[in-house]
Design a protein around this ligand. Structure first.
Ligand code: FA5
Length: 337
């Protein structure tokens, strides 16, 4: 029995099979336990002889198992350490660090400039009602100027907003008609425009609205001037052209000279030397009135700019589609270190 057990011990090649041998020979149901249990049936003379023999066998099997177990455990630990060893001399793998999208950065930059001038930031829904997108802005149903912004309608009364101007009406409407407003609102807008280098069917706008007593056109000019100089540098030229928006009177459009983007990117100006970046004007009395303000007492100015166009000018991006195609090689150039 001893011989047989010792052989099994030496043949065991892992801790588990060794455990099995231990259970088989030394366990409660094993042959040695059986012998010891049967001692009562033996004669007085036989008992010490058999008892001693059984104990001897048990001890030598147990000792062999213990020795083998220690060896196997050491070997297994050794193998594990080897498998898990780390070569600290290997060069590290570079970690790709992301960064804000150029559009996110430019919107934050514009926000910072206006926060510096005391404007607060507002938000409005992208799925807008016909009322806020058009009617509250002096564009009743059937008004021909609705065609200026070809729309994506969802139902007869709901559409994807074509500009951020509805947030003007929403913000004024939240006040009691007797409080100044000074806010900007960035967000996505949608139009059925044909995509080209300077137009996209989905783009970003940033609206501005200031309503108070005695607000004049010169205040609008001053704020836009301060914005443009800080954004593009003091040497850039700005021009205001008369324009038309149903919700402002008088209305203007602001262009920036293309000198900003010498060389690469100047194609955005298409040879004219100027690119339009925003529409603006004095809030139309009808718009003030619909929002609960008395136009005899209150006046205001508003503007709506296109951050993509601003980023294109500032960073010499020559195609607006670069903002949406998510080519990491393009985007990475604008990650700040
Ligand atoms: C408007 O959307 C007016 N709501 C702006 C406004 C606000 C006027 C407040 C008066 C008072 P307009 O359609 O011109 O205006 O668009 C404003 C700016 O958005 C443009 O100057 C241009 O920078 C940008 N823009 C317009 N269409 C696109 C387009 N398809 N792709 C990218 N940018 C565009």
């Amino acid at each position: 029995l001893k011989q047989e057990a010792l052989e099994k011990v030496s043949k065991s090649e892992n801790v588990q099979s060794l455990k099995d041998v231990r259970v088989e020979y030394l366990g409660k149901k094993g042959p040695i336990t059986e012998v010891l249990r049967g001692m009562g049936k033996l004669s007085k003379e036989e008992r010490p002889v058999i008892g001693q023999l059984a104990n001897e066998v048990r001890e030598s099997i147990a000792a062999a198992i213990d020795t083998k177990q220690t060896r196997l455990e050491d070997e297994e630990l050794e193998k594990q350490l080897e498998a898990e060893s780390i070569d600290v001399t290997l060069p590290g793998r570079p970690v790709r660090v992301g960064g804000p999208h150029l559009l996110t950065s430019i919107v934050e930059e514009i926000e910072d400039l206006f926060i510096g001038m005391g404007f607060e930031i507002k938000e409005g829904p992208e799925v807008e009602t016909d009322y806020y997108n058009f009617e509250a802005l002096n564009l009743p149903k059937g008004h021909p100027a609705r065609d200026m912004q070809d729309s994506f309608y969802i139902t007869e009364e709901l559409l994807l907003r074509t500009h951020t101007s509805p947030v003007q009406a929403r913000t004024m409407g939240q006040k009691d008609g007797n409080e100044p407003v000074k806010m900007i609102c960035p967000g996505k807008v949608y139009r059925r425009d044909t995509d080209d280098a300077t137009h996209s069917h989905q783009f970003t706008q940033l609206e501005g609205l200031l309503v108070d007593k005695h607000v004049r056109m010169s205040d609008l000019k001053g704020v836009l001037n301060a914005f443009a100089k800080q954004m593009f540098g003091a040497e850039r030229d700005i021009r205001l052209r008369p324009s038309f928006f149903p919700f402002t009177e008088p209305s203007v459009e602001m262009d920036i000279s293309c000198k900003v983007c010498e060389g690469k990117g100047c194609s955005v100006c298409k040879g004219t030397g100027w690119i339009e970046i925003l529409g603006a004007g004095m809030v139309h009395p009808n718009v003030l009135e619909m929002a609960g303000y008395d136009p005899k007492e209150y006046s205001g100015f508003a503007f709506g700019m296109g951050p993509e166009r601003i980023a294109m000018l500032k960073y010499g991006v020559d195609d607006i589609r670069n903002f949406y195609t998510n080519d990491i090689r393009f985007l990475e150039q604008y990650h700040k270190a």
